[in-house]
Design a binder for this molecule. Sequence first.
Ligand code: SF4
Length: 290
Amino acid sequence: MIRYEGTLYRPPSEADSLILQATIGCSYNECTFCGMYRDKRFRVRPLVELEREIDWAAHAAPDVRKVFLADGDALIAKTSFLLDVLANLRAAFPALQRVSCYASPQALDVRSTDEMRALREAGLVLYYVGLESGDDAVLERLKKGADSAELARVAAKAHAAGVKLSTMILLGAGGRARSREHALASARLVNTIGPRFVSTLVMTPVEGTPLFVEAGRGEVDELSPLELARELRDFLAALELDGTVFRSNHASNYLALAGTLPKDQARLVAALDAVLARPDDVTFRRRRGL
Ligand code: SF4
């Protein structure tokens, strides 16, 4: 059977995927807002353990079509190891269509385009990348470990390898003071990258993180639901994309929106304008905790 270590995280769109913990934790683990892997020391799991789990899953769920390689940063593992894992997955699941993983900017920097291409040809076709912001001041405050130019550079490597990207922007990360800069700079970065998917999450101080400590000291200027709607509106209106799927379906969002850009852009912006036009009629609430 599959024994998961610690709390398991996966993107909303991997809800029906087989989750395989190829690595434990995040090799970077420095982002101030991220509490997902604070309790884990990063390591790559032995291939033999993964082979046993794949073998078990092949009998328990032979029709698996999608696999997500956890935890936070599987792409940092050696290419030869990932190629072995992917070969095992292809052999075990005849209907396998795609394998995906989170990819930190640090992992995207370390892996060469040729390595990413070899992995893509072996089935690893989609990376989820937390850009968080295109505003360098925000990225620095979040300790993302990369500025916007670096994020654009490493994302281009993945695209050159034929890998699809699903990018995430962290609403509220600039506080009130930099809300508009954060929204517009994030749109500029996403426009430069041109990902297949873009989604938004809302920055939330989680216990055990540096952000939570900052919030306790009163140093985090959290946006209200209406201010977040304004920021999302600014971000969406400034996007210039061609066939990118947008979603705000993570549990941290107040308002769930989805569409393909640019086809649905005017509808999405209008939905937010409608919310902003009736500030006293705030009917949207954070789904988490309802
Ligand atoms: S790179 Fe991703 S998983 Fe790692 S600390 Fe930052 S946000 Fe968390």
